[in-house]
Design a protein around this ligand. Structure first.
Ligand code: GLN
Ligand code: ZN
Length: 758
């Protein structure tokens, strides 16, 4: 027998209904019942899609108004006491308070494993206790049952829940110790779910795909023995990463089924099929839940058929929740979509993936002949994709092959370059600069949008952007900054701007994916060999440089970030795609240099988040990622200064690789840690120049000069003054001009004060 299900569906809605409802609610324009009604409609619609596609059960518990982890915190009654809830506040309003602060600092937000979804981080104190504190999940089960659905509930597992949280409070303690208090509440939840008609409970334990410390690994067995007694049928769900040394553990736990990610860990499928006792269900995550490509049914069937022979029942599913892909290709039919009909045949968003599951089920149940036509169509589209001249560009392949062994090396080592650059630019010690963007005012955004809609012609648009650049340059000169930027007024987004100008990229009209709460992103789709038909930033940068004798820093997005924040093709290794993008950026760098731009920044904020979930994959990733950066950066003379920027500073464990990128200057975010995180750079004796951010750009607060002087002194203790730059933590696009000017004025004053002492 073949059983189909999904691990979760996107909740934002095909038209981002949830986003707009939430924002209207927060503005006070949509009342609570109306918001609840929209949530209910979305759930009903998504369940209907699952049923209509022929899935054997619908997924309940994957909905959340803001975040499913915050919902889980509420279910378990462990909202942090610092919020001071009396217990009488409405549950949904508390959900929003946890998420958005409102009078308290909100819960911290961080990336859900290696995805671009951000969850709210549970906070644990030694005295944290749990209780079943919300009826929402049960109400949703009743809702689905009333609509006639067979229900499988998804529930974040106890160990992953604790793992994803943070310890708070003065005394150090181990949050794993809270497990004994947590398990009884899970037991109650499972009992009640069973009593209320949930046929299965999918317990998500994605941390089984991480390198776990011994005590965490050891805790699984006892925890699941405890949960087994609750009587509900449990499907343990793992995803995102190979189980590796935890494979046998996962197979052994006393649950009724195990889901594995056959996309990320194809090599483990047969081993799991052998290890998993016959009485347990095996759910194979065969459809890629992290990417948007049409599934190759022949490949999928080749994986599934041997399993079919080994087991009576096989469950088929996407590899993980479909939260990470857009809702439906139906939204791409209009003229605004960059996904033309040919390209759309190569793709499958969440809704289309449901049909792919149904097709595989029928092929396995009734034989491939029963779905002859559907298979023929899929094969045709896949063959078209493989053969399409839009996908392969022989010139790109030839160029990659012809890259010499020195293509990723600057001509001279850093000390020589540093001397040449000093002589060329004559900057003062502790030079001041910014990270690239200046305030994106409402007018700038309106002008860009009008231009995109065709309401403002090319000439008028250019004039408007040049006026913004001029304004930014004049302000920077007046502030006395040393290295200027043009301000990025023409960029909507640091990936989209470049993607739109590169061949091999496409942009959907509605391919939104939830990033957090009401925030969605629309990742570009890299479908073919990437190349740069023409310069992308040279004209704007040269215009900016023409306004001032001070050095103007060119501003580019690096290959790893352009890769990481896109849907990436699955028909060649990510490393190859990164190298192709690197070549395109390399050309841009060369053109900027040729045009007289002597300082060029290549932003790589996504380097760290690209790290594989398991350490075993780190070296390989870091090797190709840093090589891609160097390929982009190395085609310049010794006296051209390459900067890079990363929005983190937690590089402790990968500093050798960061240093190996060999940027002349790296700017990083350090102010919120009070320069603490810079220490590692000092200990490592980071060889090149560094600009540790001296102020947090995430808030409108204007830091005073003394504060930044103090930070600079701290920085000087770990980094030689001759290698130090002075800059904010990140770009200023989300800020307004008044606070930006005030903060930069104080920053320049701080630099001047410290200079007098070096
Ligand atoms: N140059 C970009 C900016 O200033 C960098 C943004 C980022 O690091 N995410 O906006
Ligand atoms: Zn940044």
């Amino acid at each position: 027998m073949i059983h189909t299900h999904i691990l979760g569906f996107p909740r934002i809605g095909a038209q981002r209904e949830l986003k707009f409802a939430l924002e209207a609610h927060w503005r006070g324009e949509l009342d609570r019942p109306a918001l609840e009604a929209i949530g209910r409609d979305l759930r009903a619609r998504h369940w209907a899609l699952q049923r209509d596609a022929g899935l054997d059960c619908v997924s309940v518990g994957d909905f959340a108004f803001y975040d499913h982890v915050a919902g889980h915190i509420q279910l378990l009654g462990c909202e942090p006491p610092r919020f001071g809830f009396s217990g009488r506040e409405d549950e949904l309003e508390r959900h929003f308070t946890l998420a958005r602060g409102v009078g308290h600092p909100a819960l911290e937000m961080t990336k859900w494993f290696d995805t671009n979804y951000h969850y709210l981080v549970p906070e644990f104190l030694p005295e944290t206790r749990f209780r079943l504190a919300s009826g929402r999940l049960f109400a949703e089960v009743a809702e689905a049952r009333a609509l006639g659905h067979r229900v499988k509930v998804t529930l974040l597992g106890p160990l992953s829940f604790l793992w994803l949280g943070k310890e708070r409070g003065g005394q150090p303690f181990d949050r794993l110790a809270l497990l004994e208090h947590l398990l009884p509440v899970y037991g109650q939840i499972l009992q009640r779910l069973k009593a209320e008609g949930a046929e299965w409970v999918q317990v998500d334990e994605p941390i089984l795909g991480l390198d776990l410390p011994g005590p965490w690994r050891a805790a699984f067995e006892a925890a699941y023995i405890a949960l087994a007694s609750a009587g509900a049928r449990l499907m343990l769900a793992t995803y995102f990463s190979p189980l590796a040394d935890q494979l046998q553990l996962a197979c052994r736990l006393p649950v009724d089924g195990l889901h594995i990610d056959a996309v990320r860990a194809p090599d483990e499928v047969l081993r799991v099929a052998d290890w998993l006792p016959a009485h347990k269900q095996l759910s194979v995550g065969i459809i890629d839940g992290r990417n948007i490509w049409r599934c190759d049914p022949d490949r999928a069937l080749a994986t599934l058929k041997p399993l079919r022979e080994r087991r009576d029942t096989l469950w088929l599913a996407p590899s993980c929740s479909l939260l990470h892909v857009p809702v439906s290709l139906a939204g791409e039919a209009g003229a605004h979509s960059g996904i033309d009909s040919e390209l759309s045949h190569w793709l499958a968003f969440a809704t289309e993936k449901l049909d792919e599951l149904a097709l595989l089920k029928r092929a396995l149940t009734d034989g491939e002949d029963s779905v002859r036509n559907e298979l023929a169509i899929a094969r045709q589209h896949l063959a078209d994709r493989r053969a399409s001249p839009r996908v392969s560009n022989p010139a790109v392949a030839a160029r990659l092959r012809s890259l010499g062994p020195d293509a990723d090396r600057r001509a001279a080592p850093f000390p020589q370059r540093q001397a040449r650059q000093r002589a060329r630019f004559g900057l003062p010690p502790l030079p001041t600069t910014t990270i690239g963007s200046f305030p994106q005012t409402r007018e700038i955004r309106a002008t860009r949008a009008a231009h995109k809609r065709g309401e403002i012609g090319g000439g008028a648009y250019q004039a408007a952007m040049e006026a913004e650049i001029t304004l930014a340059v004049r302000k920077q000169e007046a502030l006395g900054l040393d290295v200027l930027v043009h301000g990025e007024a023409e960029r909507n987004d640091m990936v989209e701007y470049f993607g739109e100008r590169l061949d091999g990229y496409a942009f959907s009209a509605n391919g939104w994916v939830q990033s957090y709460g009401s925030r969605c992103v629309k990742p570009p789709i890299i479908f073919g060999d990437v190349s740069r038909p023409r310069p992308m930033t040279v004209a704007w940068t040269c215009f900016a440089q023409s306004l001032t004798p001070r050095p103007m820093k060119g501003m580019l997005t690096g290959p790893v970030t352009l890769l990481q924040w896109s849907f990436v093709r699955d028909d060649q290794p990510r490393a190859d795609t990164a190298l192709q993008i690197a070549l395109a950026i390399r050309d841009e760098v060369a053109d900027l240099e040729q045009a007289g731009i002597g300082i060029i920044q290549i932003d790589e904020p996504a380097i760290r988040e690209g790290l594989p979930l398991r350490r075993a994959g780190w070296r390989d990733y870091l090797a190709w990622a840093s090589r891609a950066f160097r390929i982009a950066a190395s085609a310049v003379g010794d006296d051209t200064q390459i900067h890079t920027h990363m929005c983190y500073s937690e590089f402790n464990d990968i500093l050798p690789e960061i240093a190996a990128m060999d940027a002349d200057v790296i700017t990083i975010e350090t102010s919120r840690s009070g320069m603490e995180l810079l220490g590692a750079f000092g200990e490592f004796r980071y060889p090149n120049e560094i600009g540790p951010g001296v102020y947090d750009i995430h808030s409108p607060r204007v830091p005073d000069t003394g504060e930044m002087v103090a930070l600079l002194h701290k920085a000087r203790r770990v980094i030689p003054a001759i290698n130090l730059w002075v800059n904010p933590d990140c770009g200023l696009k989300t800020r307004g001009w008044p606070e930006t000017e005030a903060a930069l004025r104080n920053m320049v004053a701080a630099a001047q004060e410290v200079r007098r002492q070096v």
